[in-house]
Design a protein around this ligand. Structure first.
Ligand code: ADP
Ligand code: F6P
Length: 324
């Protein structure tokens, strides 16, 4: 028989992402409507182990849907990766009457949720990361805001790059994944896009491309470089020396993780937050919420973590044609 949940805990874990607040708000309000108590766990699994646990009422999540970051704050917690840490976490849940937990984060955070589920605490994960690198879902909270933030910043760099007839290498986040780089590369009309999924790029080809484009009268050359490749500053020096074209590197950094979430991030995060609560209310556990083929859905965490996902080869192919 499905376990009845009375008190739902919610935490954010790993890197923050714009839209996490919208998800927290949805969890709290949907749970209250369904007659459940809600407890906010601060600083991810670290706060769980430290018992940083607060009661959440509907009013505690007022005025946050439009705010970046996470009101619960977030952390990375080494102790929780150990069996002792996980048992302590489950014991803290039991002590505070938390029988269901919603974990908003990435794959690492879901591994933690999987361990809690095995220890008898019902869990549901919500994909929250700007990197879009969670296989079971086509959407992750924060990606839309992050790519829009990066796109606007790259437009600005492009203005000055054109005025000075320079080459600009702009490094975007994404850890080992190239989704932010690929989307910005297409949205900003970049001449070259360097993706970790295609790490064997040839710098001489980039040099030739810059020289060809100069001959054709192009006034700038924008290279979007994914964080997973990195080394933008040294790359800029080498490219300038090889082409004679002044080259600058800009690393966008953590600005990509902040700011008010876009409409899409607010709506999708709200929907996923409510869905996670509904799954717990149905007695489900060890699930992760996703968005696939035009609909919100859920998967077993074990299955979700074993899925593969890759960048679109077609988009990679056409991106070059479109920036001629
Ligand atoms: P993300 O959730 O964005 O992938 P991390 O990989 O940093 O971010 O994971 C966030 C936190 O989740 C870690 O600091 C740790 O507390 C927990 N975690 C990660 N991997 C595991 C694991 N294998 N088992 C238990 N907890 C884990
Ligand atoms: O996972 C989100 C992310 O911003 C990655 O794109 C990046 O590699 C990492 O987190 C940066 O982490 P930190 O905030 O610890 O520097």
């Amino acid at each position: 028989m499905a376990k009845e949940i009375n008190t739902i805990g919610v935490l954010t874990s790993g890197g923050d992402a714009p839209g996490m607040n919208a998800a927290i708000r949805a969890v709290v309000r949907e749970a209250i409507v369904k007659g459940k108590k809600v407890k906010g766990i601060k600083r991810g699994y670290a706060g769980l182990l430290q018992e940083e646990i607060i009661d959440m009422e509907a009013k505690n999540v007022s005025d946050i849907i439009q705010r970046g970051g996470t009101i619960l704050q977030t952390a990375r917690c080494l102790e929780f990766t150990t069996a002792e840490g996980q048992e302590k976490g489950a014991a803290v849940c039991r002590k505070h009457g938390i029988d269901g937990i919603i974990v908003i984060g990435g794959d690492g955070s879901f591994r933690g949720a999987q361990k809690l589920a095995a220890l008898g605490i019902n869990t549901v994960g919500i994909p929250g990361t700007i990197d879009l690198d969670i296989s079971c879902t086509e959407y992750t909270i924060g990606f839309d805001t992050a790519v829009n933030t990066a796109m606007e910043a790259i437009d600005k760099v492009r203005d000055t790059s054109t005025s000075h007839e320079r080459c600009s290498i702009i490094e975007v986040m994404g850890r080992g994944a190239g989704y932010i780089a690929l989307w910005c590369g297409i949205a900003n009309g970049a001449e070259d896009i360097l993706l970790p999924e295609r790490y064997d790029y040839d710098e001489q080809k980039i040099v030739n491309h810059i020289i060809e484009n100069r001959k054709r009268g192009k006034q700038h050359h924008i290279i979007i470089n994914a964080e997973g490749i990195g080394h933008s500053s040294s790359m800029a020096k080498r490219i300038e020396a090889a082409t004679g074209v002044e080259t600058r590197a800009t690393i966008l950094g953590h600005m990509q993780r902040g700011g008010s979430p876009t409409c899409k991030d607010r709506v999708y995060a709200s929907t996923m937050g409510a869905l996670a609560v509904d799954l717990l209310c149905e007695g489900k556990s060890n699930r992760v919420v996703g968005y696939r083929h035009g609909d919100f859905t859920d998967y077993d965490i074990d299955e979700a973590l074993s899925m593969d996902k890759n960048i679109s080869e077609y988009q990679v192919e056409i991106s070059r044609n479109l920036s001629r």
